[in-house]
Design a protein around this ligand. Structure first.
Ligand SMILES: *[C@@H]1O[C@H](CO)[C@@H](O)[C@H](O)[C@H]1NC(C)=O
Ligand SMILES: *[C@@H]1O[C@H](CO)[C@@H](O)[C@H](O)[C@H]1NC(C)=O
Ligand SMILES: *[C@@H]1O[C@H](CO)[C@@H](O)[C@H](O)[C@H]1NC(C)=O
Ligand SMILES: *[C@@H]1O[C@H](CO)[C@@H](O)[C@H](O)[C@H]1NC(C)=O
Ligand SMILES: *[C@@H]1O[C@H](CO)[C@@H](O)[C@H](O)[C@H]1NC(C)=O
Ligand SMILES: *[C@@H]1O[C@H](CO)[C@@H](O)[C@H](O)[C@H]1NC(C)=O
Ligand SMILES: *[C@@H]1O[C@H](CO)[C@@H](O)[C@H](O)[C@H]1NC(C)=O
Length: 309
């Protein structure tokens, strides 16, 4: 049973949740142990995660299981704590009285690489943190796509995006921190440089991390693979790409596009957006951030408030 409720919200450019999935199980009543368990977790889990070297923590209080993860390139641990604390508040506001809890994908700041986001999930389901639910299940699945298309040959771009995401996923799974970033230079001249990021919770094996990320990449269809950016999450892994630099990672890797020369050029699709910003990565960060913020407002801001069983 999956109900999806689309909300169009105007949100400030920083400290916003980009996605939430609410559990659809039995409701708890205020003043029960379930609620006090959440309060215990909300009080200590954000600090515990941000003080761990991996910016990750799981915890159980009463019957409630919780997971907290900040983006691995976070340098400001206060921002990590704040992001997770805000996520607890937001989850309780958006999914009141849900016994099976909620998963929040929170972006501390859309465009500022020094204020990256976090993921918080909690649930009364005994299997919530288990492999089946958090790696291969769809209960915490969430995707968020830029509605603007990349300029250029759709088939070439789709291949390039898949290649970029495949390679980033492979790098993340192979890295002990289960995190990697990459970029691919302008494909065929028209498209901007694309930047990507993949992350798993650091407790996953390399194999499980790769399987988790591959499953997400596998959901990128022909429509989505030519978007100017997108993010796909489940509780234990996530992947993102953008046409602007959104991370702070000295180990980022350039991925060359192995352009298949045999590929017949497909007709270019009709342009769907007017806010194409060539060479945005060469613009100073401040200007870029402003432009990007404008672009983000032009996104349809799909706050998808999803219910899962
Ligand atoms: C739980 O509460 C929510 C929000 O108040 C409501 O939409 C939902 O139907 C309730 N679920 C059950 C199983 O009663
Ligand atoms: C709420 O909890 C308090 C203390 O835990 C208890 O004294 C009180 O009776 C509870 N109220 C209800 C309505 O359950
Ligand atoms: C946070 O860490 C403290 C100290 O290690 C521990 O006592 C507490 O249970 C932890 N809280 C959670 C929610 O894991
Ligand atoms: C760290 O993040 C907090 C927000 O949580 C912010 O107030 C503070 O200015 C940031 N510090 C630095 C050095 O960026
Ligand atoms: C889970 O998501 C994948 C990818 O979107 C889909 O192929 C699969 O059918 C979904 N499974 C269920 C049980 O909904
Ligand atoms: C990406 O990886 C999948 C397997 O995980 C493969 O089927 C696909 O062909 C790859 N795509 C590109 C463009 O490398
Ligand atoms: C691609 O997936 C999106 C949802 O993620 C869907 O709305 C769209 O119709 C799909 N496009 C194709 C070509 O399958």
């Amino acid at each position: 049973m999956v109900g999806v409720l689309l909300l169009l919200l105007v949100m400030p450019a920083s400290a916003t949740a980009i996605g939430i999935t609410c559990g659809s199980g039995r409701n708890y009543t205020a003043n029960t142990t379930f609620q006090s368990s959440i309060a215990v977790l909300a009080a200590t889990l954000p600090g515990n995660a941000s003080s761990s070297p991996q910016l990750f923590a799981t915890a159980t209080a009463g019957v409630v299981r919780a997971l907290a993860l900040c983006r691995r390139d976070t340098v400001n641990t206060t921002a990590c704590t704040d992001c997770l604390a805000s996520s607890f508040k937001y989850a309780q506001k958006m999914c009141p009285n849900r016994k099976t809890g909620a998963t929040v994908y929170y972006d501390y700041d859309e465009v500022n690489a020094l204020q990256p986001g976090c993921i918080l999930g909690f649930s009364g389901d005994a299997g919530f943190l288990g492999q089946a639910s958090s790696v291969t299940g769809n209960g915490t699945f969430f995707q968020y796509w830029n509605t603007v298309n990349l300029p250029g040959n759709a088939r070439v771009i789709a291949t390039a995006v898949h290649e970029l995401l495949n390679e980033t996923a492979r790098d993340a799974a192979a890295a002990p921190r289960r995190f990697a970033t990459a970029f691919m230079d302008s494909i065929g001249g028209a498209a901007p440089t694309l930047y990507s990021l993949a992350q798993c919770t650091p407790d996953l094996s390399a194999r499980d991390c790769l399987a988790c990320l591959r499953r997400l990449v596998g959901t990128v269809n022909a429509t989505n693979s030519v978007r100017m950016g997108g993010r796909i999450f489940v509780l234990r892994c996530n992947i993102r790409f953008e046409a602007f630099m959104f991370y702070d990672d000295k180990n980022t890797r350039r991925i060359p596009f192995s352009s298949p020369s045999s590929m017949a050029p497909a007709p270019a699709p009709a342009p769907t957006g007017k806010i194409y910003m060539p060479m945005i990565h060469k613009v100073p960060f401040f200007v870029r951030a402003c432009m990007q913020t404008i672009q983000i407002y032009i996104w349809h801001m799909p706050m998808i408030h999803k219910t899962y069983s």
